[in-house]
Design a protein around this ligand. Structure first.
Ligand code: NDP
Length: 385
């Protein structure tokens, strides 16, 4: 019997997905891919499947099923399609851990299905915890499932906490690069183009998270993600802008001591750690050189300009379905910005309107969260016209 760790990689064609495949490729004696999935990028999915030979692939877009199925027929790889299949494949016996690198709300159902089946989760898809953090973490506890963070800031916190389980956290500091518009004011951002917003100074990522970084929504989503991952109170989570992206985040303990995790920005490291925890595998990733970074700097986030971050704190405080509203509105407004339908500053305006106008539910069920997501998308789309 194989003792390799069997991975279901959801979103294998994306930024995190392709970097996960690089990690797997360097350790084929340790990892094995059971499942690969994509939404529409059939060509890359086929290429990946022929190289890594998973048991199953899922192409979410049903119109592409035949193309993928016929390309993989001779390779004896099962091909499925649709939303339900995406959730079901996480439950297969041939899966030990599910790495969720889908983008947005689409990650929620498969993550729940995986937890229901007792599979550990390596979580990149932060939106899942933003939308349904309470339900997901409760379910994970009931099922004895571990959720290992892939997001670099949360991985940093997780690494700082290793060996500290008996020591309560006083506070955590999530670092933020500040994105491409750090130092800019609202007046400077009136005519921001998509190309400018897609140019992140330190990280190469998918389009949605890159725009979220430019608007600081990403940091807001990460604050809520941290609350659920580490069981923190709202006031224990702070954000500090650190333009060099070398300190990936910090934990402050009750004795005042602070631990930070540092390194060059490279998502392969947190991906690998989530898959191998508590072990660290040798890598040839580029090493940090102090002489290249003689000055590491820290500054306060500008909540007047980047109102999305303030809004994220507000919905976290409000609780209930409010974070779900913010997430859905943001998915719609970011997609509209990427389609040149709205201006950059309108992203936050639409998000704010949705949060103030959608009906509030204090203790939403999963069904109510799905309905909230749906209603918010309709509301935000109507604002865009
Ligand atoms: P990408 O947009 O690069 O990739 C998203 C992946 O999900 C692709 O494989 C895409 O398929 C698939 N996908 C998208 N929508 C759907 C859908 N509706 N149904 C099924 N599959 C879908 O995103 P990233 O890799 O940048 O980000 C993934 C997640 O990881 C996000 O939640 C992000 O916030 C988080 N994250 C990303 C980081 C990064 O460095 N990129 C860092 C930390 C967190 P297809 O290619 O066919 O469209």
């Amino acid at each position: 019997m194989s003792e390799k760790k069997k991975i279901a990689l959801l979103g294998s064609t994306g930024s995190i997905g392709t970097q996960t495949l690089e990690v797997v490729k360097s350790y084929l004696e340790i990892f094995e891919l059971s499942v690969l999935t994509a939404n529409r990028n059939a060509d890359l999915l086929i290429e990946q499947a022929l190289e890594f030979r998973p048991n199953v692939v899922v192409i979410a877009d049903e119109s592409l099923y035949e193309k993928v199925e016929s390309a993989l027929f001779d390779a004896d790889i099962n091909v499925y399609t649709g939303e339900e299949a995406l959730a079901q494949v996480t439950q297969m016996d041939e899966v030990d851990i599910v790495l969720t690198a889908l983008v947005g709300f689409s990650g929620l159902k498969p993550t729940i299905a995986a937890i229901e089946a007792g599979k550990n989760i390596a979580l990149a898809n932060k939106e899942t915890l933003v939308v349904a953090g309470e339900i997901i973490t409760k379910l994970a506890r009931q099922k004895g499932v571990n959720i290992y963070p892939v997001d670099s800031e949360h991985s940093a916190i997780f690494q700082c906490l290793t060996g500290e389980y008996q020591n309560p956290i006083e506070k955590i500091y999530l670092t933020a690069s500040g994105g491409p518009f750090r130092g800019k004011k609202r007046a400077d951002l009136q005519n921001t183009t998509k190309e400018q917003a897609l140019k992140h100074p330190n990280w190469e990522m998918g389009a949605k998270i890159t725009i979220d970084s430019a608007s600081m929504m990403n940091k807001g989503l990460e604050v809520i993600e941290a609350k659920w991952l580490f069981g923190l109170k709202n006031e224990q989570i702070d954000v500090i802008v650190h333009p060099q992206s070398i300190v990936h985040s910090l934990v402050q303990f009750k004795d005042g001591s602070m631990k930070a995790q540092m390194g060059l920005p490279d998502m392969k490291l947190p991906i690998q750690y989530a898959l191998t925890y508590p072990n660290r595998l040798e890598t040839d990733f580029e090493r940090f050189n102090f002489m290249d970074y003689p000055t590491l700097t820290f500054e306060k986030p500008d909540l007047e300009t980047f109102t999305n971050l303030r809004l994220a704190y507000e919905v976290m405080e409000k609780g209930g379905n409010a974070p779900c509203v913010l997430n859905a509105a943001n998915e719609i407004s970011v997609a509209a910005f990427l389609a040149d339908k709205i201006k950059f500053l309108e992203i936050a305006e639409i998000n704010e309107k949705a949060v103030s106008e959608l009906a509030f539910i204090k203790n939403p069920s999963l069904e109510q969260l799905f309905e909230t997501d749906k209603q918010t998308r309709i509301f935000a789309s109507n604002l865009i016209g």
